[in-house]
Design a protein around this ligand. Sequence first.
Ligand SMILES: Nc1nc2c(ncn2[C@@H]2O[C@H](COP(=O)(O)OP(=O)(O)OP(=O)(O)O)[C@@H](O)[C@H]2O)c(=O)[nH]1
Ligand SMILES: [Mg+2]
Length: 332
Amino acid sequence: MNEDRRRGRGDAEADPGVSPEALEGAGRDDATAVAPGHRAGFAALVGRPNVGKSTLLNALLERKLSIVTPKPQTTRHRILGILSRPEYQIAIVDTPGIHDGHRRMLNQYMNRSAAASLEDADVVVFVVEALRWTDEDERVLDRIRRAGRPAVLVVNKVDRARPKLRLLPYIEQLTQKHAFAEVLPLSAMKRDNLARLPAVIAQQLPESPPLFPPEQYTDRSEKFQAAEIIREKLTLRLQEELPYGLTVEIERLAELEDGRLEIHAVIWVERPGQKAIVIGEGGALLKEVGRAARLDLNRLYGRRVHLELWVKVKENWADSAQALRSFGYESL
Ligand SMILES: Nc1nc2c(ncn2[C@@H]2O[C@H](COP(=O)(O)OP(=O)(O)OP(=O)(O)O)[C@@H](O)[C@H]2O)c(=O)[nH]1
Ligand SMILES: [Mg+2]
């Protein structure tokens, strides 16, 4: 690898032996040339629900891109996060947790989109929870075996593992199940042992120039992220089955004369009874959700947001192909 070439302009300027002409040349090279041996490709984060895939994506990108809640089946779409470094570019795909036992069309969509990401990836990052192994994990591993892709095993939530000594036999058992390219115990939440993961993933990618412009960090629009933020706040506050029966649609996004951004969002629920629960006593729950969402939206758009929320009913939308399509759950 040509270290001089990869060195930033700042380093060269600090070197008194470098002429101004040479500095000009170095600047141009850095802007256009791809480092020799540069790697690029797709890495899919897969696993059963709630193991911490979205937390891991956000931690790797050091920004909140994918929503996170303590409830399973939070992520419903593939979400791409792009990590660009001089030596590699990893297109990391967060996927819905692969799950059993739910027969609705929405669940099928979620599982299909996770499976498609797994099959299309250059490398699979199989995320499991430290000291836990369930039938659902086993079935995800089956899919990984069938896809025949190189797989890195991430044992997440090690901060919670007690006693720590049990981690070794746990990991030993998993490595006997499959020939993982690498095994990494870490904590996505605490960022423990996270630093090595990008290079470990990149090692499994083909040599290739970058696939995306270096400044691009996702393929998802701000509008998509806005709807997700509202769904996250609802999911955090609603109990039991309700979060699974709602979806959020941004109906209007417009700039106001005072420079604020006006966002109108519709929260679609499946039954009239659910509407009252989402609104809450005297509108209290909706107000609280709106307040929490607005804080994140201000940050997302870098300016003040005026948010209005409506709750509407579309009977059994999660089982209607047409409704799913219109809400952005593309059929695969
Ligand atoms: N203690 C601990 N909790 C974590 C860690 N990583 C994630 N969590 C928590 O686990 C829960 C689920 O995290 P998510 O990132 O939403 O999990 P997911 O795999 O994306 O879940 P789905 O989208 O439902 O498939 C959240 O409450 C996270 O805060 C970790 O390293 N340690
Ligand atoms: Mg998720």
